[in-house]
Design a protein around this ligand. Structure first.
Ligand code: SAH
Ligand code: SF4
Length: 356
């Protein structure tokens, strides 16, 4: 039915309430929960644990699948799959699965899923394809959950499962704080999908008030901060949010987070040739991060249509890492994954006109 709620938007108690209203015993809610989050069913017909009459009733009052996959792109090495989804109001979002080979990852194969929290983004970072398209709307918690269930279902058919979830797709998760946390709680539920909090990573542009709130909640979720510059003038030029929360305020909130949670924080750094990949910048960054329990994740910029910056080269990336490490700040240079499928943040939805 148009305008009826999507089933993934309900938490377990809301589902119980709904079934009680239908005059059903409370164990029916648990059967549905198991069907959704352990069997990955997403159509009423699949819920064979329920009487047919109840299935028909549910089909009338709820909608089941909020996402319509409209495009897949697999990288040429077969290790990255990007899916573009259409939402019920025709908005587009994307989610990317990255397989990490056991031979290069300490013997452990990882399947990391990168999901979206908003359609578009209001933060306007100039180098980002999602930022360049502007803000459409927040995703509901169910739309966030459904991205995970979609891939969980696909992998399950191959006898595999998602091992890590990162909120690094389209949107700013802390600008949609409530729905993002509700989605994580639903995925974390031990009666359902049971995905451990420590296997989630939230990446934020640096919304200071939300970083503090998140710290106070003392969750086990990993936190990554998109920093990309060591001085305010440089950061404000590429990330407008810096005019509201400057680097000192941001790093103060990061220190608060580490104090509250005793967890290490990650800083993300897109290496842009000649802009933020020099030894001088690395030294400035190391000075600012001194004494903070952290790690820098640097990745060569994924060039986008709306920004003239280019990716750093191998030597500069290696020198950047070395300079940071000599100053006592651990740094990893990440490979760019799925570069041939525009797997960078927001790039597929932005390029959909070209693809179709
Ligand atoms: N809004 C959140 C999460 C989504 S973006 C955030 O900004 O942190 C995920 C990461 O991709 C961020 O670190 C972001 O800065 C980075 N990113 C965006 N566009 C990029 C590009 N063109 N090249 C490399 N990294 C990019
Ligand atoms: Fe939004 Fe993150 Fe892109 Fe910035 S980098 S525009 S916060 S999605």
């Amino acid at each position: 039915m148009i305008n009826s709620p999507f089933i993934y938007d309900l938490d377990q108690s809301e589902l119980e309430k709904l079934l009680t209203e239908l005059g059903e015993p409370s164990y029916r809610a648990n059967q549905i929960w198991q069907g959704l989050y352990k069997q990955y069913w997403n159509t009423p017909d699949e819920f064979t644990t329920l009487p047919k009459s109840l299935r028909e009733q549910l089909d009338k009052i709820l909608r089941f699948e909020p996402l319509q996959p409209i495009k897949y792109l697999d990288s040429s090495d077969g290790q990255t799959r990007k899916t573009l989804f259409k939402l019920h109001d025709n908005r587009l979002i994307e989610a990317v699965l990255m397989n990490y080979d056991p031979s290069t990852h300490k013997g452990q194969g990882r399947r990391t899923l990168c999901i979206s929290s908003q359609a578009g983004c209001a933060m306007g970072c100039v180098f980002c394809a999602t930022g360049q398209m502007g803000f459409m709307r927040n995703l509901t918690s169910g739309e966030i959950v459904a991205q995970v269930m979609y891939y969980a279902r696909m992998l399950d058919a191959q006898g595999e499962s998602v091992t890590n979830i990162v909120l690094m797709g389209m949107g700013e998760p802390f600008h949609n704080y409530g729905n993002t946390m509700a989605a994580i709680d639903r995925l974390n539920d031990s009666d359902g999908y049971n995905f451990g909090a420590r296997r989630f990573t939230i990446s934020t542009v640096g919304l200071v008030s939300k970083i503090r709130k998140f710290a106070d909640e003392k969750r086990q979720i990993n936190l990554a901060i998109s920093l990309h510059a060591a001085e305010d003038a440089e950061r404000s030029a590429i990330m407008p949010i810096n005019k509201k929360y400057n680097i000192s305020k941001l790093l103060e909130a990061c220190r608060y987070y580490v104090d509250q949670t005793s967890r290490r924080i990650t800083f993300e750094w897109a290496l842009i040739a000649g802009v933020n990949d020099t030894e001088e910048v690395a030294r400035k960054l190391a000075a600012r991060l001194k004494g903070l329990m952290c790690h820098v994740n640097a990745i060569p910029l994924n060039p986008t249509e709306g920004y003239q910056g280019q990716a750093t080269n191998r030597q500069s990336a290696a020198r950047f890492k070395e300079t940071l490490e000599q100053a006592g700040i651990p740094c990893t240079i990440r490979m760019r994954r799925g570069i041939d499928i525009q797997a960078g943040c927001g790039q597929l939805a932005g390029f959909v006109d070209v693809l179709e």
